[in-house]
Design a protein around this ligand. Structure first.
Ligand code: ADE
Length: 303
């Protein structure tokens, strides 16, 4: 016996607590656009027991999206529905999924993608055209790393592998809190420790562990490799990893044992943590709980 809405004779439909009436969502402006999807800034009326209007972000598909992209968004919605709220994971607020177009309604993060927050923080001296200090302190940068490790510790404890962990997929709130987002590639691997990817898509080569690149193997430990690359992005204020190297050559270098260099102004203790994430052997990499510990030590010991 399911739950029913409507009268005795009405069409019987199971009631999904996440469903929002579409006319309660008003589109304001576009926040971001990919090849097949868009994210809109919207106002949602009376949702989640909140009376009145709330600013939200809504993910949709573009008209050119195929079945594969649709499945990715449905999968992302499934993963988000399964999670209890966590301070460092973007919260699902609801969905409009009973008919097309599919809307995935999530919390709005005012500062947007971490990649842009990092790049926009770069201080440029307009007289000498040299880089001045960033508007973000090194303490804040390590705090970002710590918060992301904490969010990933939570996700990996739920058996979720993100598979696309990168600064472009982290959102930043007005309070400068990092939230993990974009679960389009994520898979719940409740029982199998390692997920084997069957079909090809566009791959985030520069963030991928060697076992993912060469054997299609994904695990919490391949997310740890990507986390190391994400730390490198944070410390360099949003540089692209392996600057000036073509993706095919990145793969060769990784296979030959080369790794990202220590960024110029990066402390040795910080570089050691990211380097630890890039061990060829997945089992010898730290897990996210250990990364939280190591990063917390850096934050406490800071003078
Ligand atoms: N861009 C993509 N998702 C977003 C969100 N949830 N909030 C703000 N900007 C975004």
């Amino acid at each position: 016996n399911g739950q029913y809405i409507g009268g005795k004779e009405s069409a019987i439909k199971e009631c999904d607590p996440w469903e929002i009436p579409r006319h309660h969502v008003r589109v304001c402006s576009i926040l971001g656009e990919g090849s097949f999807g868009q994210v809109w800034k919207c106002e949602a009326y009376n949702i989640m027991g909140f009376k009145g209007n709330m600013v939200v972000a809504v993910k949709t598909l573009k008209d050119n999206a195929g079945e594969r992209e649709r499945l990715d968004l449905v999968q992302e919605l499934q993963v988000m529905k399964s999670l209890e709220p966590h301070p460092h994971v973007v919260k699902l607020l609801g969905c409009c999924s009973e008919r097309d177009p599919l809307f995935v309604v999530m919390e709005y993060a005012k500062l947007g993608k971490l990649q842009s927050v990092l790049r926009n923080s770069r201080g440029v001296n307009y007289y000498t055209n040299t880089h001045g200090p960033s508007s973000l302190t090194s303490h804040e940068l390590i705090m970002f790393c710590y918060q992301i490790a904490k969010g990933m510790d939570f996700l990996s404890s739920k058996g979720i592998i993100h598979r696309d962990l990168a600064a472009r997929n982290i959102l930043v709130t007005e309070e400068r809190t990092c939230k993990i987002s974009d679960f389009g590639f994520a898979r719940d691997v409740a029982n199998s420790r390692v997920y084997e990817r069957k079909s090809e898509g566009r791959l985030p080569i520069r963030w991928m562990a060697p076992e993912s690149l060469f054997d299609n193997m994904y695990s919490a430990k391949s997310d740890v490799w990507s986390f190391g690359v994400l730390m490198w992005e944070i410390v360099t204020l949003g540089s692209t990893p392996y600057p000036g190297v073509a993706a095919a050559d990145v793969m060769k270098r990784i296979r030959d044992g080369y790794r990202l260099d220590k960024p110029q102004h990066c402390r040795r203790e910080v570089y050691n943590i990211m380097f630890y994430c890039w061990d060829k052997c997945p089992d010898d990499r730290p897990d996210f709980a250990e990364l939280m510990c190591l990063l917390d030590k850096l934050l406490v010991d800071e003078t």
